[in-house]
Write a protein that binds this ligand. Structure first.
Ligand code: ZN
Length: 303
């Protein structure tokens, strides 16, 4: 058989036909397989989705779990803090109703460079006031003078860092304990009254205030909010504006809890004090200091 002979071409044609036939058979086989998978045996594919659907259902929380969770936050159920700070308790005393119209001047954030000026004004007017102090880096000699001159001392905070003390009830207690110790070591006073930084309900303690208040009351400490603010933290308040702000907020209330601040920059608060004291006295109020028997004014819980 020579290349180019008739037999050679016959074999080439046979080979071509055989390859074409093989290709056709392979093509038909592939087509048949595709058809079989896609249309004739669809259950083979669907079977795979069944376990997937079952897995998704596993992650759905059982309905009874959602109902159990709030029960842990019921007021009065406070197992977490009973074991910590075992000394941090005060014996509660019965609250007394005021017989006279009474004004309680309160100074937050001291002691400061202004404290001695405030003490001098109080002495001059022969009245007593209440100092809610910040104890970190404070001068113990000023704390002593506050107590020696017959004023009340209460806890405001040790660090006065809202974000830290309101992180949890435990963080608040740790800061409170630190302030308690500084006051006790400086003055031998065991403070029983306090003022929450920012007031009892503020934007920093939104998540914990109910639990926190319940815990502090359980420990026998009494907290005091205010019903009159000097607004002396508002920048640019003049002494005259501070006086007007206080007097216009009295509104016939029998008991006044006046919030003022004792800090280096509150010069105008000090300047406003004599007129505030004289005018309120002239309206028939007596000034007194806060003791834990004084019925407190407290902010309402938000809705
Ligand atoms: Zn403060």
């Amino acid at each position: 058989m020579y290349i180019g002979s008739v037999r050679f071409y016959k074999h080439v044609i046979y080979l071509g036909l055989a390859l074409t036939l093989a290709g056709l058979v392979l093509g038909l086989y592939t087509l048949a397989k595709v058809l079989l998978d896609e249309f004739i045996m669809p259950s083979a594919g669907a079977a795979e989705t069944v376990p997937l659907a079952a897995e998704v259902e596993v992650y759905l929380p059982p309905p009874e779990e959602a109902e159990e969770e709030p029960a842990e936050m019921l007021p009065g159920v406070i197992p977490l803090y009973q074991g910590v700070f075992p000394e941090l308790y005060r014996e509660p005393v019965p609250l007394k109703e005021q017989e006279e119209k009474t004004a309680y001047l309160t100074f937050d954030d001291g002691p400061s460079a202004r404290t001695l000026e405030i003490l001098d004004i109080l002495k001059e007017h022969e009245i007593k006031a209440t100092f809610f102090v910040v104890t970190k880096n404070c001068d113990p000699a000023i704390l002593q003078r506050i107590v020696e001159e017959g004023h009340a001392i209460g806890i405001h905070s040790h660090s006065h860092r809202y974000k830290e003390i309101y992180r949890s009830v435990g963080d608040f207690l740790a800061d409170f304990q630190a302030a308690y110790e500084v006051i006790y070591e400086a003055t031998a006073v065991e403070p029983a009254i306090f003022r929450f930084p920012g007031g009892s309900v503020n934007t920093y303690n939104r998540g914990i205030y109910q639990e926190l208040i319940a815990e502090m009351l359980r420990r026998g400490f009494v907290y005091y909010d205010w019903n009159i603010s000097t607004l002396d933290t508002v920048p640019g308040m003049t002494p005259e504006q501070i006086v007007r702000q206080v007097l216009s907020s009295i509104n016939g209330q029998d008991t006044l809890f006046i919030l003022a601040h004792d800090s280096l920059d509150k010069v105008n608060t000090v300047k406003a004090l004599p007129e505030i004291i004289n005018t309120i006295k002239a309206r028939g109020y007596v000034f007194d200091k806060i003791e834990n028997s004084v019925k407190p004014v407290v902010f309402a819980y938000p809705d």
